[in-house]
Design a protein around this ligand. Sequence first.
Ligand code: PHE
Length: 517
Amino acid sequence: MNNRAQWGTRLGFILAACGSAIGLGNIWRFPATAYESGGGAFFIPYLIALLTAGIPLLIMEFSLGHKFRGSAPLTFSRMNKKAEWLGWWAVFVSFVISTYYGAIIAWAIMYAYFSFGQKWGTDTETFLYDFLGVSQVEAGQTGVFVPEVLIPILIVWAVVLFVLYKGVRKGIELANRIFIPTLAVIFLIIVIRAVTLDGAGAGLDAFFSPDFSRIWEGEVWVAAYGQIFFSLSIAFAIMITYSSYLDKKSDITGNAFIVGFGNSSFELLAGIGVFSALGYLATQMGEPVSEVVAGGVGLAFVIFPLIINEFPGMNGLFGFLFFASLVLAGMSSLISIVETYVAGFSEKFNISRSKAVIFGGGLAMLVSLIFATQGGLNFLDTADYFINQFGVAFIGLVEVIMIAWFLRKLGNIQEHANSVSSIKLGGWWKVSLGIITPLILGYMMFDLFKVNLLKQHTGDNNTTGNYGGYEDAFIIYGGWFVAAAALIIGLLFTLKKWNPELLDESSYDSSKEDEAV
Ligand code: PHE
């Protein structure tokens, strides 16, 4: 009766979930965020965010997927028909992320190749702009395709779609079994080399020296919760989809703790590696570390090439390893994002996995080609800002409010998790999800509106922190437009009815099933 695909082993699931969580967010987002938000002092709000929102939500999503055994939209429908749209909303937000995430991986592939012989020269910023072709167009124009980006993007999609086509066990699990251990080894090599560089101490000092006064700033808490959400891939339909392939007997809470702490450990490791390397660069240039700190695109594609230029030896190899780690971390996340809509489409339209891969993945691939044009970087800023702001916090907020307050399902979910898990959930879990998380996320959204509406036209330098040439206003409204479009398309999808068998409780609820499965 129930022939849903399943992970081969517990480790397979943990690697896949870690593969989703560990991504660009860990390597290029966390170090700069922590540095800018109080350095060592940031760990206090960060840990609190992990324990009051990150892990509790991970447990919630794992439980939902495990209990209802469907893609995010089907899982929400099975929980309560009125919740289906939320699943689709998250799925379409994931769709948007997947289109630009692939482009960044494509750049990293090219940079891995450029590492040999440091083809980026000494003016790495100009090189980046020239390589992408963005210097040829005005903000908002696409210009023509850039073959050096187009080809690797197509390669990225070919790999991702092939992995998904192969299915859960032979595709996703196998890929993560290869990618994640390889990533761990490569990254360890990089970090060990980095901390032994001259000046690493100065970098680590800058990273860890705590500014406790910052703890009282709302902004720092917003940054901590935002980081945790993005980094753990929560509220993107991903963790629900992945946990829907779990075995009936699965230690849900145990898995959530492993994934949560595993991801944060990697994040910390990345912070140590990145700041050691920044300390080295600063020392070589005779400047303070604060002069070379960057995050995101700037860190990976402008500052890191500079670091590689200065490396004391084996420059090509270390450059290659760094960009290879971006590629591996990015690929395993991209696979998880695309799986959300592959699973959703296949269940909704009653089509096979391969068809869902071709239609869903194919469509995302086509959309992603906009990032392979000369204007790609500018569009990427809009997409990235949108996702960091609305995507991360907003859906999470709606999700907890809906489940905790409207549908009042926390009790059921807790019971379900406790029936199979090693670590039993106590009051902290309900309090975290019912009260702390909604309050903090609510404040985050309020703060976001305030910042966007008030600062936008005051010339407050670059509030969106964008890298290309867009106006803040365009990025903000563009972001809203994309978020709203994802919601509207999601609502439209709920108009189509599920195959009624899918909603039949006996098809998924283990308590209503015989032992013989
Ligand atoms: N968690 C991934 C990271 O840290 C990013 C990601 C976000 C992946 C959202 C999928 C969805 O980079």
